[in-house]
Design a protein around this ligand. Structure first.
Ligand code: SAM
Ligand code: SF4
Length: 474
């Protein structure tokens, strides 16, 4: 049987019941009293049922929507803290056997410029990223026999081996096609962090329309089951996501919550992260406008995911504009990419082009600012930019660690680690303006630590960093 027409999914479980989800949406009406009760449950950081999430989605009146926004902001402020983890995507190869209607890498797009980075190009890209201050990458691949589990594992190891100056990549996450159990074992052994697989749309009929029959990706269940296989093969760090704009956004939100509950119930570990990319213009793509998600709906969906799935990290990417990123950040986003380039071999040492060439890229970005500019803005808005990778490296993963941990944990580990990685960045990479903003922020954060002993210990460690020591963490 060829690579393309194997039926792989016969043992996979379909936990998405379209009719059930559609009925919940149809039968749930706006109900302020229920919304408030459910918000109170979220504030206790209890996961919401799908039906409860639907109540939040049914809230349309501006006052009620504002109550949901305010609850998400409060949850972020009071419970999750003000750290934002920074990463960058690194596209390794854009050959693809699939034909996803929304993507410029689809095989029928003959005019897309194709490329797979060779080893020295990969090294060069990683050096360029390290020289800007990045410590966390997500490697992105099309789906192609060349991008086997062995290739992904080898590339991961290569990325970890690159050291430029004080730079190093301390966490490599992966966004690639779902693997089989053996493949997941291989990439786990190579030391990957999160394995991300977006279902794109959870709606079966739309999924079939977007992913033509004679393609590998047309196998809905193989993809849906991907992260379950990953878990069973030993990867306990899973990223789920939906591509918003293919079908009703409320359906996708309820499906993400269903997926999250499925993983939690079956394995005792929910998704480490949830992604909610909105579809962007892409080379050769005709956008079907029926399900495009507008900014107001986008804000609602992020706030509602925050309230529904406690502990999962929320990832907001540079597909969005700086303005939207700024607004949505306060609803409980935990990770963003910055200084992002998605053209193959697009990272350059020194100044970067602020333009995209869509023939060479998967889609159009909304935010092309440099890492340093994003860092500066975050700190001006009182967020702590963090490159922390401590939990992953100390084996605190899976059920022992979720992106958003309990408050005591944040105080003891996350905030000090964030400040130490920020201090490294300020010493090694930042502009003068960002350095000044960073030093002021570190001072403000130190002043907040009431326990003298703890503050002193952290000051000592920061001092070591100022004297050249690197990679300290709790
Ligand atoms: N080829 C792998 C796969 O399909 O799983 C890796 C995925 S792709 C390189 C990363 C993600 O980008 C996709 O899962 C999809 O959600 C998203 N994407 C594709 N086309 C897009 C577009 N036009 N706008 C925004 N996001 C898009
Ligand atoms: Fe290929 Fe992934 Fe693009 Fe689909 S989304 S065409 S699988 S790169």
């Amino acid at each position: 049987m060829s690579y393309l027409n194997k039926v792989l999914s016969k043992d996979c479980v379909d936990f998405i019941d379209d009719n059930h989800i559609e009925n919940i949406i149809k039968n749930t009406k706006e109900d302020p009293a229920k919304v408030r009760k459910i918000i109170a449950k979220s504030m206790r950081k209890e996961p919401l049922e799908v039906e409860e999430t639907a109540v939040l989605l049914a809230a349309e009146s501006p006052e009620l929507v504002e109550e949901i926004f305010e609850a998400a902001r409060k949850l972020k402020r009071d419970v999750y803290g003000n750290r934002i983890v920074l990463f960058a995507p690194l596209y390794i190869g854009n050959f693809c056997v699939n034909d996803c209607k929304y993507c410029a890498f689809r095989r029928s797009m003959r005019s897309t410029v194709r490329k797979t980075l060779n080893k020295s190009e990969t090294v060069e890209q990683v050096e360029a990223l390290e020289d800007k201050g990045h410590k966390r990458l997500i490697l992105v691949f099309g789906e192609h026999p060349d991008y086997s589990a062995d290739f992904i594992a080898e590339t991961t190891k290569l990325v970890y081996s690159v050291k430029s100056g004080n730079g190093e990549i301390r966490r490599v996450n992966i966004n690639a096609a779902p693997l089989d159990a053996e493949g997941f074992k291989k990439v786990k052994e190579a030391g990957i962090g999160t394995y991300q697989i977006f279902q794109e749309t959870y709606h079966h009929e739309t999924y079939a329309k977007m992913h033509p029959k004679n393609t590998h990706k047309s196998d809905y269940l193989w993809r849906l089951d991907g992260l379950s296989r990953a878990f069973e093969a030993g990867c306990d760090d899973m990223g789920i996501g939906a591509l918003f704009g293919l079908y009703d956004w409320r359906f996708e939100v309820l499906s993400l919550v269903t997926h999250s509950r499925h993983l939690q119930n079956k394995y005792g570990v929910g998704p480490h992260t949830i992604s909610f990319p909105r579809i962007r213009p892409a080379h050769g793509m005709e956008i079907n406008e029926d399900y495009l998600v507008n900014d107001d709906q986008f804000k609602r969906l992020v706030a509602i995911l925050r309230l529904s799935v406690p502990y999962a990290g929320l990832i907001l990417t540079a597909r969005e504009t700086p303005e939207i990123r700024r607004e949505v950040l306060e609803f409980g986003v935990s990770q963003i990419d910055a200084g992002t380039r998605i053209e193959l071999a697009g990272y350059k040492k020194g100044e970067e082009e602020q333009k995209q060439e869509l023939k060479k890229e998967q889609f159009q970005l909304g935010d092309l600012r440099s890492l340093d500019d994003v860092m500066y803005e975050l700190m001006e808005n009182d967020y702590i930019p963090s490159f922390c990778t401590s939990c992953y490296r100390l084996g605190r993963t899976g059920e022992h660690f979720m992106e958003y941990a309990i408050p005591g944990f944040i105080e003891r580990f996350c905030t000090p680690n964030a400040l130490m990685t920020l201090a490294e960045y300020l010493e090694d990479y930042s502009s003068d303006k960002t350095k000044k903003a960073g030093q002021e922020l570190i001072k403000r954060e130190l002043d907040k630590i009431k326990d003298d002993e703890k503050r002193k210990k952290l000051e000592e460690r920061l001092d070591l960093i100022y004297h050249g020591k690197r990679d300290l963490y709790y």
